[in-house]
Design a protein around this ligand. Structure first.
Ligand SMILES: *Cc1c(COP(=O)(O)O)cnc(C)c1O
Length: 293
C-alpha cells in the first residue's frame, strides 16, 4: 500500500520510533533531526546514543551543512512527514537528496500523512512521488486508519534487520489479530476514500478562506492540522475554553509541546466534519479574537 517491499508492525507509533532509531544507529553514529519532530523521535534518538544534531525546522541548507561536517560512519536523517503541531510538510525531496549524497538513511514519521496524503491516501512519499531503498517509512494506525498501532516499511533487507534488532518489537507482545482484521477494513476505506479526501480538502480551504484574523495567525498549512497561533498561554487556553463552551473542540497547545511564546489552538479537521461545522468554527474564532483583543 505504501510502495515498499516489506513492513513490520508495532503496538504503537511511540514504540516504533523508540525502537527503530536505536536499531539503525548507535554510539559513534549520527542522527540529524528536524527541531520540530515529534517527542517519540527525540526519545528514540536519545536511546540510540548516537550523536544528535537538531537542525532548524525544514532548513535543508542547514542540514546539508551539518551533514557535510559530520565524520560519522552511519548517518540517519529523521523527520515528521506532516509536522504534528504545525501541519506543514517536510521537504522530503530535499532530504532524500541529502541522504543519497551522504549515504544516509531517511526515517519519515508519517503519522499525519498516512491515509490522507497522496493519490489513494498512501501518504507523504506518494504525495511527493518518492521511492528509495534508503527510506524507512513509519505510519501510525490510530489516526486516519482509526485503529491502533503502527508500522515501519522499507526494503526487505532493512526490515529483516529491524525484525532481528528492534527491542521494542522483540520484547513486547504482538498486537492481537483482531486489530489486523479491523485494519484490513480501514485500508479498504482509505483506498476507496477519494470522496472523503476531497471533502476534507474542501473543508481545509473553506476554513482558511473564512478566517479573518488580525492578531492571531493562521499558520501556513495545507493539511488537516490547521493551527491558529495565539502566542500567550492564557489567551490560548481561554480561547479553547470559549470554543468548548460552544461545543467546538480545538485544544490549546502550549510549551513544552511547542516553543515558548507560540501557544496555539490546534484545529484538526476530518472528513467526518460538515461544512456547517467548519462555518460555525470560523465564525466563533473571528468573534473570539475580536472580543479578546
Ligand atoms: C501520534 C504520533 C506518534 C505516536 O503514535 P502512537 O501510535 O500514538 O504512539 C508518533 N509520531 C507522530 C508524528 C505522531 O503524531
Amino acid at each position: 500500500f505504501v510502495g515498499m517491499e516489506a513492513a513490520l508492525t508495532f503496538s504503537t507509533g511511540y514504540m516504533a520510533n523508540i525502537g527503530v532509531m536505536p536499531a539503525m544507529v548507535g554510539r559513534g553514529d549520527a542522527i540529524f533531526a528536524d527541531r520540530l519532530n515529534h517527542a517519540s523521535l527525540v526519545d528514540g534518538a536519545l536511546l540510540s546514543r548516537a550523536d544528535f544534531t537538531r537542525y532548524p525546522h525544514n532548513d535543508v541548507a542547514a542540514l546539508a551543512g551539518a551533514m557535510a561536517a559530520s565524520t560519522a560512519r552511519r548517518k540517519l536523517i529523521v523527520t515528521d512527514g506532516v509536522f504534528s503541531m504545525d501541519g506543514d510538510l517536510a521537504r522530503l525531496p530535499g532530504l532524500l537528496e541529502l541522504a543519497e549524497r551522504h549515504d544516509a538513511w531517511l526515517l519519515v514519521d508519517d503519522a499525519h500523512g498516512f491515509g490522507v496524503l497522496g493519490p489513494h491516501g498512501n501518504g507523504a512519499l506518494a504525495h511527493f512521488g518518492l521511492e528509495s531503498e534508503r527510506i524507512l517509512y513509519m505510519g501510525t494506525l490510530g489516526k486516519a486508519a482509526g485503529v491502533a498501532g503502527a508500522f515501519v516499511a522499507g526494503s526487505r533487507l532493512a526490515i529483516e534487520w529491524l525484525i532481528n534488532s528492534t527491542r521494542s518489537y522483540i520484547f513486547t507482545t504482538a498486537a492481537p489479530p483482531l486489530l489486523a482484521h479491523a485494519l484490513l477494513a480501514s485500508i479498504d476505506l482509505i483506498e476507496q476514500g477519494d470522496d472523503r479526501r476531497t471533502h476534507l480538502a474542501d473543508l481545509i480551504q473553506r476554513l482558511r478562506n473564512q478566517l479573518a484574523l488580525t492578531r492571531w495567525q493562521l499558520m501556513p498549512s495545507c493539511t488537516a492540522i490547521q493551527p491558529v497561533l495565539i502566542g500567550d498561554n492564557n489567551e490560548a487556553l481561554a480561547a479553547a475554553q470559549a470554543l468548548d463552551a460552544e461545543g467546538l473542540w480545538a485544544p490549546a497547545i502550549r510549551p513544552p509541546t511547542v516553543p515558548a511564546g507560540t501557544a496555539r489552538l490546534r484545529i484538526s479537521l476530518s472528513a467526518a466534519h460538515t461544512v456547517e461545522q467548519v462555518d460555525r468554527l470560523a465564525a466563533a474564532l473571528n468573534r473570539l479574537e475580536r472580543s479578546a483583543g
